[in-house]
Design a protein around this ligand. Structure first.
Ligand code: HEC
Length: 238
């Protein structure tokens, strides 16, 4: 690879096979508790089968996913925390609402994991909502990642311990976005970086970076064709 940023990311078969995994989740038991709370506090308006009533919209299916997809679970949690049940949001504790959130994730096809969901912003931001069987963010979308800049073999560079890709509306970060990146909890993903050389990566090895670029994922690799690679000024640590 030269110093120019490649225009296309397909066909670069020489890149290492990389894999992202969701490190967080909810448990089946938690979703069961959430289901019970849902039936008590939400079903009156949203229906016991979540299909909605004349009073309130459905909480699963295409329309619901369209509203929330490509965003993180955190946005959905904020909705529950601040405004549901409509009219008396203080009638339930945050813990009860997180359980209901776990139930909503389950109904919407997000697989259960090993540990319970908590009302932790970083954790919730790492869980993306996507329609069943689809990736959260489509390939070739411009996304933002936070991760640890790691040298690979040859002149290749990888972002390790990344957050889940989020759709980005700008190619480069604002100061506020960089500050947010500095505070993000690192995740469990890994992305091969295309065009890293143009951003002088040597001087930032081992640092927590904010990266933006075109996303490409398939079954064997995760790639980011960079439009921006900036240090948050923070070392990754362990
Ligand atoms: C008194 C009726 C009522 C109750 C009870 C209620 N909701 Fe709602 N809910 C609404 C209405 C009306 C809306 C649409 C307006 C809005 O978004 O605020 C809504 C919207 C929502 C949305 C956003 C849906 C979307 O796609 O935009 C979510 C999520 C939600 N409710 C979850 C819950 C949960 C979970 C509970 C139980 C903890 C609950 N609601 C209890 C009336 C209710």
């Amino acid at each position: 690879m030269g110093t120019s940023v490649p225009a296309k990311v397909c066909g670069l078969a020489a890149l290492p096979a990389l894999f992202a995994s969701a490190a967080f989740g909810y448990t089946i038991a938690q979703a069961e508790r959430g289901k019970a709370s849902y039936q008590m506090s939400c079903s009156e308006c949203h229906n016991s089968d979540l299909n909605g009533t004349a009073k309130a919209p459905a909480l699963h299916g295409d329309a619901f996913l369209k509203t929330w997809e490509n965003g993180s679970t955190y946005a959905l949690f904020v909705k529950l925390r601040d405004s549901m049940p409509a009219g008396h949001p203080a009638s339930m504790t945050e813990e009860e609402k997180v359980d209901v959130l776990a139930f909503l994730l389950q109904v919407n096809g997000i697989p259960a994991g090993q540990s319970e969901l908590k009302s932790d912003r970083n954790e919730l931001e790492n869980i993306q909502i996507a329609p069943k069987g689809q990736q959260a963010v489509p390939n070739f979308a411009v996304v933002r990642l936070v991760g640890c800049l790691t040298p690979g073999s040859g002149k290749s560079w990888t972002l390790t311990r990344t957050t889940e890709p989020e759709v980005a509306h700008e190619d480069t970060p604002t100061p506020a976005a960089l500050k947010d990146a500095a505070e993000r909890m690192l995740g469990a993903g890994a992305f091969g970086l295309l065009g890293a050389v143009a951003f002088k990566p040597e001087s930032h090895a081992g640092q927590k970076m904010e990266a933006r670029g075109l996303l490409y994922r398939d079954s064997v690799r995760n790639l980011l064709n960079l439009t921006s690679l900036e240090t948050t000024g923070v070392a990754c640590g362990n």
